[in-house]
Design a protein around this ligand. Structure first.
Ligand SMILES: Nc1nc2c(ncn2[C@@H]2O[C@H](COP(=O)(O)OP(=O)(O)OP(=O)(O)O)[C@@H](O)[C@H]2O)c(=O)[nH]1
Ligand SMILES: [Mg+2]
Length: 313
């Protein structure tokens, strides 16, 4: 089938195949993305991150429902962590949470990390583009906030929401600082538990310490996602942030930044592959390693030499 034409004609099957091509690095993937690129940039992208089990999926589900009520189509990309924190129980959870999965206006996709952490943010970004071209108005990316790659992934979002839960104790420190810094909004989920006030204060203090330089002050909402409580306030905050980004022109700046990061990463990835093929996988290179081991030469000069050679080619 013609995947590009299918995606643009809003075929779900084509969209699914497009993402599979990207995920598995099929040879046709680049061609598909090249053809789809001009049709992207329309969707609003929402990143949701936070510790394992915080209720991100539950919240995503409720938000998606609310967007559907408002006539928007929704794409959901859940990045499956294969991290030691969450083990393998995740996929079942993800599918179970989504009672919106049957809705024609919702497209849900799980992406596995499969140890290919470096390439994952690119693959996620491409999956987002497929859903954008497919016609999703809102695209939600859910990731567990445990590592740098998750930070990289949600960085591509227009609005990023960090979901926290009370009872982590002092563990707010344990959540990667980088994750907290990217929050445009904070949601304290499981507000039915003890420790909400404490967490609220901790987040406020953290925000104060980080010294906000923009005109946006991240709101802190409280939800009981499993009961749909507080979801509308979260929606209001998302809309308010979207409005702020548009009016302050920051949306343009952010998207430019994100395109720049993506392009540079693509170039770096291509160079890395080129080096692997033309340098790392050669006899000559093995020899060089041997000589390095015997301290006949030094790696600093060799690195420069190799780079010179590559540039001259
Ligand atoms: N008590 C309580 N439980 C909740 C609430 N929201 C979600 N849960 C439950 O918490 C569990 C985890 O919810 P998920 O939505 O799967 O959490 P998640 O953050 O997506 O989890 P991972 O993707 O595994 O990191 C589920 O059993 C939910 O039913 C809440 O507000 N209060
Ligand atoms: Mg989840």
């Amino acid at each position: 089938m013609d995947i590009v034409k299918g995606v643009l004609d809003r075929s779900r099957l084509a969209a699914a195949k497009g993402i599979t091509a990207v995920e598995n690095e099929y040879p046709e993937a680049t061609g598909i993305m090249q053809a789809l690129y001009p049709h992207t940039g329309r969707a609003y992208i929402l990143g949701i991150t936070g510790p394992p089990g915080a209720g991100k999926s539950t919240l995503t589900d409720k938000l998606a429902k609310e967007y559907r009520k408002r006539g928007k189509t929704v794409g959901i990309i859940a990045v499956d962590p294969t991290s030691p924190y969450s083990g393998g129980a995740i996929l079942g959870d993800r599918i179970r949470m989504m009672d919106i999965a049957m809705d024609e206006g919702v497209f849900i996709r799980s992406m596995a990390t499969r140890g290919s952490l470096g390439g994952l943010s690119q693959k996620t970004a491409d999956a987002v583009k497929v859903l954008d071209a497919f016609g999703c108005d809102i695209i939600i990316i859910e990731t567990v906030g445990v590592g740098q790659s998750e930070v990289d992934i949600v960085k591509t979002a227009d609005t990023t929401m960090v979901v926290l839960v009370p009872g982590l104790g002092d563990d707010i420190q344990a959540i990667k600082a980088g994750i907290l810094e990217i929050g445009d909004l904070f949601t304290i989920n499981k507000a039915d538990r003890e420790g909400v006030e404490k967490l609220h204060i901790e987040i406020e203090m953290m925000l104060e310490l980080s010294g906000n330089k923009t005109g946006w002050k991240p709101p802190i909402n409280r939800t009981i996602a499993s009961e749909s409580e507080g979801v509308l306030s979260v929606m209001d905050s998302i809309e308010a942030h979207a409005k702020y980004l548009k009016e302050s022109d920051e949306l343009k700046t952010r998207r430019a930044e994100s395109i720049k990061t993506e392009l540079l990463a693509m170039i770096a990835e291509r160079i890395r592959r080129h080096i692997n093929k033309t340098v790392a996988e050669t006899r000559d290179f093995e020899n060089t390693i041997l000589r390095l081991q015997q301290r006949e030469i030094d790696p600093y000069s060799i690195a420069d030499d190799i780079l010179d050679k590559i540039i001259k080619q």
